[in-house]
Design a binder for this molecule. Sequence first.
Ligand SMILES: [Zn+2]
Ligand SMILES: [Zn+2]
Length: 273
Amino acid sequence: MSTTAPSKPALDILFLGSGSSGNASLVRSQVGGVLVDCGFSARETLRRLALHNIPAEDICAILVTHEHTDHVGGVRVLAKRLRVPVYATPGTHRAGRIEELAEDVREIQAGDEIHLAGMRVRAFRTSHDAADPVGYRFDAPDGESFGLLTDTGEMTPEAFEALEGCTTLGIECNHDVEMLEKGPYPWFLKQRIASPRGHLSNESAMSAVRTLAHDGMRAVVGLHLSSTNNTTAIALGELQDTFCALCLDVPVACVAQDRPHRLAEEVSCTSAT
Ligand SMILES: [Zn+2]
Ligand SMILES: [Zn+2]
């Protein structure tokens, strides 16, 4: 494990990729890592970890947000290979596929707090067309925290409460409202995406970011961008404009589908205060 300078955050966050073809994020403390979702094949997940020289053995658990394939497609093979437990809500567990996903599934309810890899982990309810979806917040002992919210049609009161004060935030910026309206998707799919149990628009994400922003924030990262109804330039521009309007100097980024994005590097070179 590498040593860290005093100004470096205690949480090392590697987004392995994000979008409708696969999602996975690794949250590492000084003593180990927890993977949130594994929507890539186990092989591809390990390849992306290796790009950042992260040993797979660092992973001590896999947390699942919900049962959609872009979040659980690689869970079974990876959990078996690494011999780690899979945490899911009872509804996600019962939703069918999770039962086959791993030998060691442990249930976590929205509102529960557990301890993994030296971090306090809290699950909170999201709003999505899945059985029992949740997001997660991680708190390191030194006060660093990371909130992960994706696949939610709207901000739930539980999400606002759980994410308050987060020093790093990963939030869904799925679509630009106008691009979705004018885009090629069939009507029913547009309705589904825009519904309160669909996906978070840039507009809704920015509203949430404005509420959650504070001057101790280290970074905000846009997740689950649609390749049809959004662009990195639009989402990134909106994040930049949001913080500019708030007069806060917070690094922002968007995660691509096809390559990992490591937050610690970006944050450590911009947080020289
Ligand atoms: Zn998804
Ligand atoms: Zn989903």
